[in-house]
Ligand binder design. Structure first.
Ligand code: AMP
Length: 171
């Protein structure tokens, strides 16, 4: 895991002063790093009967389809507002300053389907919690949340109401 951590570039003061940004592009371009990440997740979920992998825009889109393919599940995009063309469900949530909204197609998940929710990183947990709310409103059964990176000091997993949370690298 320490080897994987070395492949992540840490950029201070991006996108604004005081934020240490975990830049996964340096891990993605590394063929061993990329394979390891996708393998860890695929091995963890291949026997779990997952129907759909939900990836959160934008960086969840990088990992979710790769894992979905490996475990024989479908891929569902959770998107920023106004991007999905058919009927959507949306959920707004509070940010440090202001509000954000995510959307999912109403027919993306069938009631009772078992889903995995994937994003690159969990910080405060607001993004993942909003996605969980929409998935639950569609009647999904949330198997687990999976992140490449967890910023443990922000306690994001506490926002996920007792759902299972897996993260590969913790800071
Ligand atoms: P949150 O809703 O606070 O858990 O924020 C999670 C989302 O913001 C994820 O989609 C991340 O890609 C992004 N994010 C938040 N903080 C960071 C950070 N320090 N480095 C990289 N991405 C971040």
């Amino acid at each position: 895991m320490e080897e994987l951590k070395k492949k992540i570039r840490e950029v201070p003061d991006f996108p604004k002063p005081g934020i240490l940004f975990y830049d996964l592009t340096t891990l993605l371009k590394d063929r061993d790093g990329l394979r390891q990440i996708v393998e860890i997740l695929s091995e963890r979920y291949i026997q779990e009967g997952i129907d759909q992998v939900l990836g959160i825009e934008s960086r969840g889109f990088i990992f979710a389809p790769a894992v979905a393919l490996n475990i024989g599940a479908g891929f569902v995009p959770v998107r920023k507002p106004g991007k999905l063309p058919a009927e959507t469900l949306s959920h707004s949530y509070e940010l440090e300053y202001g509000q954000d909204t995510l959307e999912i197609h109403r027919d993306a998940v069938e009631p009772g389907q078992r889903i995995l929710i994937v994003d690159d990183l969990i910080a405060t947990g607001g993004t993942a919690a909003a996605t969980a709310q929409m998935a639950l409103n569609l009647g999904a059964d949330i198997a687990e949340f999976a992140f490449m990176v967890e910023l443990e000091f922000l306690n994001g997993r506490e926002k996920l109401n007792g759902h299972e949370v897996f993260s590969i690298l913790k800071y």
